[in-house]
Write a protein that binds this ligand. Structure first.
Ligand SMILES: NC(=O)c1ccc[n+]([C@@H]2O[C@H](COP(=O)([O-])OP(=O)(O)OC[C@H]3O[C@@H](n4cnc5c(N)ncnc54)[C@H](O)[C@@H]3O)[C@@H](O)[C@H]2O)c1
Length: 284
C-alpha cells in the first residue's frame, strides 16, 4: 500500500462526500472530488467554501488557510481523474449495484497500491469488495454525519481486507483528526448495531410507559448521562434516515428490535423527518 497519503479521491460529493472532502483539504491533503456533473461538483466546492468561511468568521481558521484548503480540491466528472490517488473513498448512493460497478471500475483505473474505501452505512463491505479481483485493498471507512463535526470513523475490515489497507485507512482517519476504531464487517458495524435497536426501544417505551417525549428525553439525559435525549437525537439524525437504516439492519439480522416501530414509520411517511423538515418529535 502507498507509504504516504499524498492524494485522496472522493467519489460522490453529496452530504457525506463533501464533508469528507472538506476534512481532507483542511488536513492539507490534495483531494480530487468526482461528481456525475460539473454542476454538482461546483455545488460541493461552494458548500465546502461556505463552511470554511464560517470558521474564518468564528475565528477558528485563518482566511489564508481557508483559501489554501479550497485550492487543494480539484473536481472531475471522470473516474480516470482518480488514477493517481493513494486512497479513494466512495460516498455515492446507498445501493449495492452502483457501488459494486464503481469498485470494479476503480480497480482498473487506480494504481494497484491504492486503497479503495467505502463509506457505506448498511451494505456489506465484503460484497462490494467481491466484485474486484483485489479485495485485499478494499475496506470500509464509515464516517458519521456531519463528517466535519463527528469525531468517529469506523475502520471496517471486510472478509478479505489486507492488514496494509486497514492500517492505511486507520492512519488516514487519524490524519483527518478523527478518532478511528477498528471493527469487522458485520451489519451496522459497531455504533449503528447498538444505537438503532436502542433508539427503537426508546420509541416503543413512549407508548408502553405512556411517558411524554420531553420526559423520556429528560430520563435518558439525567438518568443515563446521554448528552441528548433519544427523541432529540432521532430528530437530528432524521426519522427517514433512521427508518431506512433500521429496515436495512432488520433485513440482515431479523431481530425484532431492529425493525422500526410503526409509530416512527408513520411519522417518517407523514414527512415528520425532524429538524430538516421543521417537525419531528419536536417542532423547530
Ligand atoms: N447521510 C448520512 O447520515 C450518512 C452517514 C454515514 C454514511 N453514509 C453513507 O454515505 C453514502 C452517501 O450518502 P449521502 O448521505 O452523502 O448521500 P447524498 O445523496 O447526499 O450523496 C450521494 C452522491 O453520490 C452521487 N451519486 C449518486 N449515484 C451515483 C452513481 N451511480 N455513481 C456515482 N455517483 C453517484 C450523487 O450525485 C450524490 O452527490 C451512502 O453510502 C450512505 O449510506 C451516509
Amino acid at each position: 500500500m502507498a507509504a504516504e497519503i499524498r492524494k485522496v479521491g472522493i467519489v460522490g460529493l453529496g452530504a457525506m462526500g463533501s464533508g469528507i472532502a472538506q476534512l481532507c483539504v483542511e488536513a492539507g491533503i490534495d483531494t480530487v472530488g468526482r461528481e456525475v456533473t460539473a454542476e454538482l461538483g461546483e455545488r460541493s466546492r461552494d458548500r465546502i467554501g461556505h463552511f470554511l468561511t464560517r470558521k474564518v468568521e468564528k475565528g477558528t481558521l485563518a482566511a489564508g488557510a481557508r483559501d489554501a484548503a479550497v485550492a487543494r480540491l480539484t473536481l472531475t466528472t471522470e473516474l480516470a481523474g482518480l488514477a493517481d490517488c493513494d486512497v479513494v473513498i466512495e460516498a455515492i448512493v446507498e445501493e449495492l449495484a452502483p457501488k459494486q460497478e464503481l469498485f470494479a471500475e476503480l480497480e482498473t483505473l487506480c494504481r494497484p497500491d491504492a486503497v479503495l474505501a467505502t463509506n457505506t452505512s448498511a451494505l456489506s463491505v465484503t460484497e462490494i469488495a467481491a466484485t474486484t479481483s483485489t479485495p485485499e485493498r478494499v475496506v470500509g471507512m464509515h464516517f458519521f454525519n456531519p463528517a466535519p463535526l463527528m469525531p468517529l470513523v469506523e475502520i471496517v475490515r471486510a472478509e478479505l481486507s489486507g492488514d496494509a489497507a486497514v492500517e492505511t485507512a486507520y492512519a488516514l482517519g487519524e490524519r483527518l483528526g478523527k478518532h478511528p476504531i477498528r471493527c469487522h464487517d458485520t451489519p451496522g458495524f459497531v455504533v449503528n448495531r447498538v444505537l438503532i435497536p436502542l433508539l427503537n426501544d426508546c420509541v416503543r417505551v413512549l407508548d408502553e410507559a405512556r411517558v411524554t417525549v420531553d420526559d423520556l428525553d429528560a430520563g435518558m439525559k439525567h438518568g443515563a448521562g446521554w448528552p441528548m435525549g433519544p427523541c432529540e437525537l432521532l430528530d437530528l439524525v432524521g426519522l427517514d434516515v433512521h427508518v431506512h437504516a433500521s429496515e436495512a439492519l432488520y433485513d440482515k439480522l431479523r431481530e425484532p428490535r431492529m425493525a422500526p416501530p410503526p409509530r416512527i414509520v408513520a411519522m417518517a411517511n407523514a414527512g415528520l423527518h425532524g429538524r430538516k423538515t421543521g417537525r419531528g418529535f419536536y417542532t423547530y
